[in-house]
Write a protein that binds this ligand. Sequence first.
Ligand code: PMV
Length: 324
Amino acid sequence: MTTATAIANPNLAFIKYWGNRDNTLRIPMNGSISMNLDGLYTRTTVRFQLGLTSDQLSINGYEVTGKGLDRISYILDIIRGMANLHDRAEVISENNFPSGAGIASSASAFAALALAGSKAAGLDLSEPALSHLARRGSGSASRSIPGGFVEWQAGTSDEDSFAFSIAEPGHWDLVDCIAIVSTAHKKTGSTEGHSLAPTSPLQAARVEDTVRRLDICRKAILERDFEAFASIVELDSDMMHSVMMTSTPALHYWKPASLEVMSCVRQWRAEGIQVCYTVDAGPNVHVLCPETEIRNVEKRLREVKGVSNVLVARAGGPAKVIEK
Ligand code: PMV
């Protein structure tokens, strides 16, 4: 096999990853829990070709060079080392959702690359091995390899830092309504953001409290307890943004419309609607609710000032190799 195509969903973290113990290997300071986002995906084809002098990358039809390509070649080099292969590769990648605005396109991208690249190189890697490999490209990509609700155990080395499913996609009918307030590319990407995390005096306390938050979140998911889930998810998001805002230099990802959505969500929950929010390294707000609330929540979100669109995603499956 010299060519393979794979698709992977992005994922949304309920307990966030922010800050690395090892920036090169992307070993995180803390464990995290997420849900894969069905319907949103990166589709990537990797073709190793004799005679190519360098790796080539196209994303959504545009050729990418420089740092973007280097990041891909770094993963391809690991794959070439494992497979004892020397050919360079052509990588063609497409996202069906806006990238660079807190919808974790790097997670689906590196998960799809790890799977398509290793298959194209003739390797048949286990799920944990694929999860490590994807992690080397983007930490959160480790969580887009397994399906459904996923936990990434922080670990302390390359071998024990990988993700696994804690529940199948059908386990809980949670829906992510992504309130889009901007599709502009963020100024500070997460790789740089992770390296700033230790400059915040709040990061140590956030990390130290993570096992407690992971336990509450895991239990809430397994028991489908929305109330417990809502309070821990909002707390975790607010804690990560507190660290971001108190880093040097400070990172402010929220826009006025992000705050407007968060405040509406809290109000709706006080009125008895099962709904909560979480925000990644961008301004868009992920609004979570059970399937029974979706029509109401989506309609209300579309009426909030500053919300230009709402994308809806349910729990998705694992990264998959596809025929074409
Ligand atoms: O995988 P990265 O380096 O893009 O980091 C992701 C960071 C957050 O999305 C903010 C949190 C998370 O756990 O996904």
